[in-house]
Write a protein that binds this ligand. Structure first.
Ligand code: URA
Length: 210
């Protein structure tokens, strides 16, 4: 993956995203749509994984068949909304290892503070896909990627549902080696750091909280 930003313009992704954005979409529908979209996005973010072959027997003959190369990849959910993307991706890649990064925003410094960090071993030997639906200011995404790099990750991709230009620029500045895959690049952030037109608070919409 070479482009820093890939916007997945597939009609199914765009249609489902429109349904998710609507304010009268229920929590149950939102969750189901996010799961479906995450699988379509996972297809894109894994499009050029390294391959090898192995010898298998079909009912007809022996053959050299393509298979994924290297260690199992690591999916890292940035809590809590990341879990909505994680579930769908994991359905598609069930053998992936899974980690979690929890960050909250200090109300005084406005900087992300870590409260949870648990990741698979040998991170440096795995493709690491960090998932978080909303790339808004980029503060928490940059902090999460910092932590993953400190833990040894070298080959990281970032998967989100919506991105704001401010967040993409911040990620590009801090982590130009981390490609981003998203379903849409929205217009801007509002004064509270929400993506506009966006879809509101992804965690609240996913879990039915306010
Ligand atoms: N996080 C969200 O859940 N929504 C936004 O619009 C921005 C950050």
């Amino acid at each position: 993956m070479t482009d820093h930003l890939t916007v997945v313009s597939h009609p199914l992704v765009q249609h489902k995203l429109t349904l998710m954005r609507r304010k009268d979409t229920s929590t149950g529908e939102f969750r189901k749509l996010l799961r479906e979209i995450s699988q379509l996005l996972a297809y894109e973010v894994t499009a050029n994984l390294p391959m090898t072959t192995r010898t298998i027997e079909t009912p007809m003959t022996e053959m050299e068949a393509p298979t994924l190369a290297g260690k199992k990849l690591a999916l890292i959910s940035i809590l809590r909304a990341g879990n909505g993307l994680l579930d769908g991706v994991l359905e598609l890649i069930p053998s992936a290892r899974v980690g979690f990064v929890g960050l909250y925003r200090d109300e005084e410094t406005l900087q992300p503070v870590q409260y949870y960090f648990k990741v698979p071993d040998s991170l440096g030997d795995r493709l690491v896909i960090a998932v978080d639906p909303m790339l808004a200011t980029g503060n928490s995404s940059v902090a999460a990627i910092d932590l993953l790099k400190q833990a040894g990750a070298k080959n990281i991709r970032f998967l989100c549902l919506l991105a704001a230009p401010e967040g993409v620029a911040r990620m590009k500045e801090a982590h130009p080696d981390v490609p981003i895959v998203t379903a849409a690049l929205d217009e801007r952030l509002n004064e509270k750091g929400y993506i506009v037109p966006g879809l509101g608070d992804a965690g609240d919409r996913l879990f039915g909280t306010k």
